[in-house]
Ligand binder design. Structure first.
Ligand code: ADP
Length: 583
């Protein structure tokens, strides 16, 4: 019998007779006691085994954590960037050793201090505002700033801060890193300087190239006016073609550089779409009819006739597309279709399509032709001329206007270039004097300028001489001032019919001289038309020229017809025709 059962029966005081009576029953109980004892022993053994295994697993986990911690701390210690942690109040709770190298403060002395004691206001203020406005739940806060170390060294740092969100979605603090970007900043500054130097170089070079080009084109135009022999005519044509090609290249490179450097600003002025399209037709009419081509401009009835935008840049795009269309078409027509794609309260979407029946462009070249200096074929320059920059410029200009320039073409059938530009509707009529586009007359009556006196303010002697030669051929008396100051002094003493004003001049430039002439009513030339005559395209727009009191702009080298029309139109516009003796 099991010892426990025996003890319990003894304790209970059962008589032996009674025990004998219950023998079978008690044997069963004793058996149950024994089985229980065996199970209990087994359970104890299993428990002991499990606790041993648990202990080993725990030990290995602890070792692993230690290894990871060691690795992390090695990384944190050796990393170049600062790694930090701060509590919700903004106190540093962790800083790696890069902190000492970069900030110049020890980790020990800094822990527990607040971040704004170390970082400048331009970083801490926006960060604080972000924390307040988002209640600390934001993705990332980044800022670059200049930092002066305690020893006076100035470096550039870039900080990134992220909130630490706890299990209950509550902010538990912030974690982040700070990198030294001093070298990057210096490289960036050097790049900006280099870019400025390139712009400056291009601007100076263009002025330097355009000035002698002005002389070449001017002199060949003068020679053309002197009835040259047919053999000389051929040479003059070559001279004219080459100098004009060179001029187009200089202008294109300047324009392209201006666009890609992001310094081109689109004007927002009210202009007549009808006049702009009319000017295009006039410009290309003769070229098209010499080639036996029909040129058509189709302006849909519902297109607003006056819009707000950059007429100069729109004209530049259309001139390039129409010029190409005529250049690459032998037979058929060139058409400009202008239609209204969408009418809004304030904005109208106007579509321009330049269609030709020319040589077309192979499918595999349709993308390439929009790249700078790219032409559809290597024979293009030899056969048709061109710089390969026109479409790259047009594409960029169209994109600056918020659209894209697309081309569909079939070799041998023709091409269609399309762009759709949003134009604002005109609001209050602008009060500023906008420089007018000067329409070219079919047959200029050069003698109509006979007897006029013009002041030419120009520092370049060759330019002044060429201008003088043209003007004297038309019977115009020309007086020359070698800079803006002399020009102003001459303007005080005598009334002129017109003033031609160079822009870039020593002592006093064209803007200052014009402002000085316009300043007092006592000046006899207070209201005399002043036309800017300049070789530099620069950033000065027609609007800016008109702001300082100029009435027009003739780019050098000038076309004699354009020069003549500028003189005639500006005199007519100010009603000073009384000084002109018609022949
Ligand atoms: P350029 O006309 O000075 O060569 P562009 O950039 O204006 O430069 O044009 C690039 C090239 O695209 C041209 O050389 C020509 O091969 C092709 N191209 C442009 N317009 C047309 C057109 N209307 N028809 C056929 N080819 C064209």
């Amino acid at each position: 019998m099991h010892r426990l059962l025996k003890r319990q029966l003894d304790k209970a005081g059962f008589e032996p007779g009674k025990i004998e009576e219950m023998k079978v029953f008690l044997e069963q109980i004793s058996h149950a006691y024994q089985s229980f004892e065996q199970d209990y022993g087994h359970l104890e053994h299993v428990l002991e085994q499990s606790s041993k295994e648990l202990f080993t697993a725990n030990q290995s986990l602890k070792n692993k954590v230690k290894t990871v911690e060691g690795k992390l701390s090695k990384v944190a210690t050796n990393i170049r960037d600062i790694i930090f942690e701060m509590d919700v109040e903004g106190r540093w709770t962790y800083l790696n050793s890069a902190w000492e190298r970069m900030s110049g403060h020890t980790v020990e002395a800094s822990l527990g201090n607040k971040y704004y004691e170390y970082l400048p206001k331009e970083v801490t203020e926006p960060f604080r505002k972000k924390v307040v406005s988002t209640k600390g739940v934001f993705k990332l806060h980044r800022a670059s700033f200049q930092y002066t170390k305690p020893d006076g060294e100035v470096i550039w740092l870039d900080v990134s801060i992220k909130p630490i969100i706890g299990a209950t979605d509550k902010i538990e603090g912030f974690i982040g890193s700070i990198s030294d970007i001093t070298e990057l900043k210096h490289t960036e500054e050097k790049l900006i300087q280099a870019n400025k130097a390139k712009d400056q170089f291009l601007s100076v070079m263009s002025h330097e190239i355009r000035t002698p080009l002005n002389a070449v084109i001017g002199v060949s135009n003068l020679l053309l006016m002197e009835d040259p022999k047919p053999s000389q005519m051929e040479n003059l044509d070559v001279l004219g073609y080459s100098s004009k090609h060179l001029l187009a290249l200089v202008n294109d490179i300047l324009d392209y550089n201006k666009i890609v450097s992001g310094s081109l600003v689109m004007e927002q002025d009210e202009f007549s779409l009808v006049d702009t399209l009319h000017a295009q037709k006039q410009m290309f009419q003769q070229r098209a009819s010499t080639k036996g081509l029909k040129i058509e401009i189709d302006l849909a009835e519902n297109v607003p006739k006056t819009v707000v935008g950059d007429t100069h840049r729109l004209s530049q795009i259309l001139t390039n597309l129409l010029g190409n269309a005529i250049k690459f078409t032998k037979k058929g027509f060139v058409k400009l279709e202008v239609s209204l794609k969408e009418k809004g309260n304030n904005i109208n979407l106007i579509q321009f399509k330049v269609i030709d029946t020319g040589v077309g462009i192979p499918k595999n070249k349709l993308k390439k032709i929009f790249e700078p200096f790219a032409q559809a074929s290597s024979k293009t320059t030899r056969l048709y001329g061109g710089t390969g920059l026109g479409l790259a410029i047009s594409k960029n200009l169209v994109e600056l206007m918020g659209s894209t320039l697309a081309c569909e073409s079939k070799p041998g059938k023709g091409s269609t270039f399309t762009f759709t530009v949003p134009f604002e509707s005109p609001g209050v009529q602008s009060q500023s004097r906008i420089l007018c586009e000067l329409p070219l007359p079919n047959k200029p009556e050069y003698s109509s300028l006979n007897g006029m006196t013009i002041l030419v303010v120009e520092d370049n002697k060759i330019n002044a001489t060429i201008l003088n030669k043209f003007l004297s051929k038309w019977g115009v008396r020309c007086e020359v001032a070698e800079n803006g100051l002399v020009g102003f002094e001459m303007s005080v003493k005598k009334k002129y019919d017109l003033i031609f004003m160079d822009i870039e001049m020593p002592i006093m430039n064209g803007y200052q001289s014009t402002l000085a002439i316009r300043e007092t009513k006592k000046n006899p030339n207070h209201a005399t038309p002043i036309i800017a005559l300049t070789a530099s395209t620069g950033d000065k727009t027609g609007y800016e020229l008109s702001k300082c009191g100029m009435d027009g702009l003739i780019p050098k080298p000038f076309d004699p017809k354009e020069l003549f029309v500028a003189i005639e139109s500006s005199i007519n516009a100010t009603g000073q025709t009384n000084t002109i003796h018609a022949s």
